[in-house]
Design a protein around this ligand. Structure first.
Ligand code: IMP
Length: 199
């Protein structure tokens, strides 16, 4: 039996970040009622898996078990070819406790210089998982490929957006209009896959 989600179902977004919960609502076209795990006092689990898919599933399962409701979670990050995929699942952690992405981007640049490689290719990944309280789950992954530029450019977006130029474009994600980024991003690709799997 395929797993299906009926419109109007209440989903728990496994995040304590109200911005992320809102983004999930927008990407799901307002089809569902979304409660955030934070508002239900469900603690965030440690992200102990070694892949985006593993961590997204872990977060969704944890929220589904504790809330007794269907839960949705994401895990995302930037992977750099010449750094063997780093920062990858550690993308948020490279910015430190103060979430300083200027520092994280400087670290990427410094590590790249250390390698001596002139390969600047990189990709963003977004894994999205939906878990049911009685056990089943669905997980999908979206990727967007591009090249890194230093110094970064643009003030739109967040995280590593200023240093990422998607393949076939001249502007960084930080310079693009948010709608242009949202139409082609790793998150958009993952959501299309999720919609195809669940609706
Ligand atoms: P998460 O909240 O554990 O999924 O961490 C994802 C981290 O990856 C974020 O803090 C960002 O640093 C980075 N990241 C993920 N998606 C994007 C994006 O679209 N643009 C820039 N950085 C991103």
């Amino acid at each position: 039996m395929p797993l299906l989600l009926a419109p109007g179902t209440t989903l728990v977004a496994a995040t304590h970040n109200p911005g992320k919960a809102k983004e999930l609502v927008a990407l799901l076209d307002g089809r569902f009622e979304i409660l955030s795990a934070g508002s239900l006092d469900i603690p965030e689990p440690d992200e102990t898996e070694s892949t985006f898919v593993g961590n997204a599933l872990l977060k969704a399962r944890h929220a589904a078990e504790l809330s007794g409701r269907i839960a949705i979670a994401d895990d995302s990050g930037l992977s750099v070819t010449a750094l063997d995929g780093a920062p990858g699942i550690f993308s948020a952690r490279w910015a430190g406790p103060s979430k300083d992405f200027a520092e994280a981007m400087a670290k990427v640049e410094a590590r790249l210089i250390e390698t001596g490689s002139d390969d600047r290719s990189a990709w963003f990944t977004s894994a999205l998982a939906v878990a049911w309280p009685d056990g089943p789950s669905v997980v999908v992954e979206g990727i967007v490929r591009g090249d890194l530029v230093f110094p970064g450019r643009g003030v739109n977006g967040f995280g590593y957006d200023p240093i990422f130029v998607p393949t076939g474009h001249d502007l960084t994600f930080g310079e693009m209009e948010p709608a242009a980024k949202d139409a082609m991003s790793h998150r958009a690709v993952a959501f299309e896959k999720l919609k195809a799997a669940l609706f």
